[in-house]
Design a protein. Sequence first.
Length: 81
Amino acid sequence: MAKLDEIAELLTEEIKGFENSADRMEQRKKFLIDYKVQDDTSDIDFGQGEEKAVVHFRAFFRANPEAAEIYQNWTEHQSKK
């Protein structure tokens, strides 16, 4: 009988832990659904923003040639559409 009580207690603890995890996931889901993202392209739209973005991307592609190749293939595919 003591073993059954111990098993029942462990199962109860596991269920409570599962319920807590489910509650946290539900809260995070609600947060993500309600989260508002505002785009701000003002740095790119005015002055040197566009130039800085281009310089940044060129540096990234030089440092990551595999990404540059993937991007090149993607742009070629897009231009064929």
